[in-house]
Write a protein that binds this ligand. Structure first.
Ligand code: ZN
Length: 90
């Protein structure tokens, strides 16, 4: 009986970690960060690692990368210096 509960809890934890990891992976990819490193990091712990990722990516690693062409723009640029696309800053 107890074993079943542990299996269910472990499975739920695994699903949550998986979703978190995939979300971080995709977000890191969008921002031009190391997606494999962050994706793996997101799989290790929840919700602490998600919070760490959000803080680090939003506050320290903001590179202003164009989502259309991938050009790394000036920190204060509102439009891409390469293709003119509006840069989404959330
Ligand atoms: Zn661009």
């Amino acid at each position: 009986m107890d074993t079943k509960i542990y299996i269910i809890l472990f499975t739920l934890l695994f699903i949550v970690l998986g979703i978190q990891s995939v979300w971080i992976y995709k977000d890191a990819e969008k921002r031009g960060l190391n997606k494999w490193l962050w994706g793996a990091f997101g799989f290790l712990n929840t919700p602490t690692n998600l919070l760490i990722y959000l803080i680090v990516s939003r506050m320290f690693l903001q590179k202003n990368i164009c989502l259309k062409c991938g050009h790394k723009n000036n920190k204060n640029a509102n439009f891409c210096e390469n293709c003119g696309e509006k840069i989404n800053m959330d």
